[in-house]
Design a binder for this molecule. Structure first.
Ligand code: 6R9
Length: 594
């Protein structure tokens, strides 16, 4: 087939009737984003809306009764939503936002786990022309506050428990926030009942009036310095969501598809909501956290065809061992892929042996909005490689020049992974941080901040990050938030954070702390500081280890040299520092020249 074949839902039955394998070379040659755009229904006068593409177009085409969302609750509840149900409920939510005075472009944040209200709110927000911004429910009060302030959220959708634990105490600081909708209650001062209000709205709504370049999604991500950055995405991103869902994940109309990502991160939205619905698949959503036996049971019982997960989860499955799989029939499973951190070669080999097929690594970022590099179905896997760029994506390994340009490096040379701008899901701004946005580009290259190399056959290999952010269990954490939280403790004079290699999470966060005069290092204080950070930041962001130092290595201007901390922790020779930091240590007491 060619990729231009319009998506059609099968008339009945699962899985979908198999399509002819994709011919990637042919796709690459004849590719254009404009043609990819014609795969979508679109709106009158060149309009485009992600939610319309995800649900309403299927209803209009007569597939409204097909199951869009099969939700598996923590306590074995099971609920199904057809495409028509999601269309109606998201219409109601869009009406509710109108009634609450939300205007196009304003942000609606969601702080919750994988609950049905997430999908209704996301789609309804997009239909109303507002901007959907998911927050990670494992964040503590401080990261939540920072993101609500920075997004200038008008409406927050959350649960009573999360509101009480993470929002209530700081509500007075959220001057832009007008309404809080509680999915499980809400009738006291300013807390509104999500369901009662939804029940009063109409099922019918005129098609959205958004344009391709209108802001649709806001995803927070972290850098080395400063507060989190809100990556802005537009409705046109849906062109890339759909195409990459088809080409990189092999999702087909009518498939049963399971993405295990949390909705608070970009994967949980691009591939946990948008791509599979736009393709016309059935989403399986499990509310519960990782549990190997439960996961294998879901794969079997729901007859999952395509499964998208993360290396940390795969490593945990490997640890639990094949016994957990005993007796399970994964015969429906056609394609397995992973994202978020390096997929170790052993995991690919293990999955081939134990699950009967390999995990396919995919690479992308919050900023790229969609998968850029992947081991696609038709490509021979080189275990440990991220694969090759998708059609419409030009990737290169570059070195930044002093004049602001870049040099493209030769095969096998290590440098920064760069992508030539021009694909629809590239972020359009960091909200309120235009300078930081500009710094991501050199000419028409977007610079990813990842170090990588490309072999002579065009396969890309991940090497590491060029900056100090770390990935722990697939979550990107910036040092600024962690160190700032520790610095708020009265005993802490200096704090530095590094990623320490971990067998399962890839890396864990380790903090180094120098104390103020009058405080003595010791186990009790270590526990207190770890607890202090955990309360503020939440378990996903807080350091797991903490070490006291007399003082932290700094540059002359006082910047903590995290790379020196890391080199010390990993036992790297000091000689490596010049390459790590790009500056040589000079003089005693850990002070080095800038
Ligand atoms: C989707 C997502 C982006 C960073 C990225 C890189 C790391 C993602 C990877 C990978 C090695 C892979 N990363 N995929 N590293 N192999 N297949 O993860 O977005 O949270 O913004 O993180 O994650 O360092 O730059 P985000």
């Amino acid at each position: 087939m060619t990729w231009t074949t319009p998506p059609k839902m099968p008339e009945s039955g699962q899985p979908a009737s198999p399509l002819v394998e994709l011919d990637h070379a042919a796709i690459q040659t004849g590719f254009s984003w404009d043609t990819a755009r014609t795969e979508l229904a679109g709106l009158p006068d060149g309009g485009l809306n992600i939610a319309f593409e995800a649900v309403d177009r299927w209803v209009a085409a007569g597939f409204g009764e097909r199951i869009a969302l099969r939700w598996l609750g923590k306590n074995s509840e099971r609920r199904e939503f057809s495409y028509a149900d999601l269309a109606r409920l998201s219409n109601r939510f869009a009406h509710l936002l109108d009634r609450l005075g939300v205007t196009p472009g304003e942000r609606v944040c969601l702080l919750a786990g994988r609950i049905p209200e997430l999908y209704i709110s996301a789609l309804g927000t997009l239909k109303a022309g507002a901007v959907f911004c998911p927050l990670f429910s494992a964040f503590g009060p401080e990261p939540v506050r920072v993101r609500l302030v920075k997004s200038q959220a008008r409406v927050l959708v959350t649960t009573t428990r999360l509101y009480e634990r993470k929002v209530r105490a700081q509500r007075h600081e959220l001057s832009d926030l007008r309404h809080i909708l509680l999915t499980d209650g809400g009738d006291e001062s300013g807390l509104l009942p999500f369901h009662a209000l939804l029940a009063a709205e109409s099922d019918e709504r005129n098609p959205p009036v958004t344009r391709p370049d209108d802001m649709a999604l806001l995803h927070f991500t972290s850098g080395t310095t400063g507060t989190p950055k809100g990556a802005v995405h537009v409705h046109d991103a849906v062109v890339a969501h759909r195409l990459t869902g088809r080409l990189a994940l092999d999702v087909r109309p009518g498939d049963i598809y399971w993405c295990t990502a949390d909705p608070g991160w970009v994967t949980g939205v691009s591939y946990g909501i948008i791509a599979p619905l736009v393709i016309g698949a059935t989403l399986v959503v499990d509310e519960a956290e990782f549990d190997a036996r439960r996961w294998y049971a879901i794969l079997e019982q729901e007859r999952v065809n395509v499964w998208y997960t993360a290396p940390t989860a795969i490593r945990m499955l490997m640890k639990v061992g094949a016994a957990a799989l005993q007796g399970r029939d994964l015969g429906a499973l056609r394609f397995m892929a992973s994202v978020g951190e390096p997929l170790n070669p052993e995991a690919v080999i293990w999955s081939r042996k134990v699950l009967g097929q390999p995990f396919h690594d995919t690479w992308w970022q919050t900023e790229t909005g969609a998968i850029m590099i992947a081991n696609t179905p038709g490509l021979a896997i080189r275990p440990g490689s991220m694969g090759q760029p998708l059609p419409g994506i030009e990737a290169a390994i570059v070195r930044r020049r002093a004049d602001g340009g870049v040099d493209v490096l030769e095969p096998d040379e290590q440098g920064e992974l760069a992508l030539r701008v021009g694909w629809p899901s590239l972020f359009r701004d960091y909200l309120g941080d235009p300078d930081r946005y500009r710094q991501c580009f050199a000419g028409d290259w977007y610079l990813s901040g990842d170090l990588a190399r490309c072999d002579a056959e065009g396969y890309f290999w991940f090497v590491g990050r060029a900056d100090d952010v770390i990935k722990t269990a697939g979550h990107l954490i910036g040092p600024f938030e962690v160190e700032s939280a520790l610095l708020e403790h009265p005993a802490v004079a200096e704090a530095g954070m590094i990623g320490k290699p971990d067998e399962f999470a890839g890396q864990i966060i380790k903090a180094f702390v120098a104390l103020k005069p009058g405080y003595e290092p010791g186990d009790a204080l270590r526990k207190e500081l770890l607890g202090f950070a955990r309360t503020r930041l939440g378990p996903a962001v807080a350091p797991r280890e903490l070490e006291f130092m007399a003082d932290l290595p700094k540059t002359r201007s006082g910047k903590i040299m995290r790379r020196l901390l890391r080199a010390r922790e990993l036992g790297l020779p000091l000689g490596d520092l010049s390459t790590l930091e790009g500056e040589a240590p000079s003089g005693p007491v850990g002070m080095v020249a800038e």
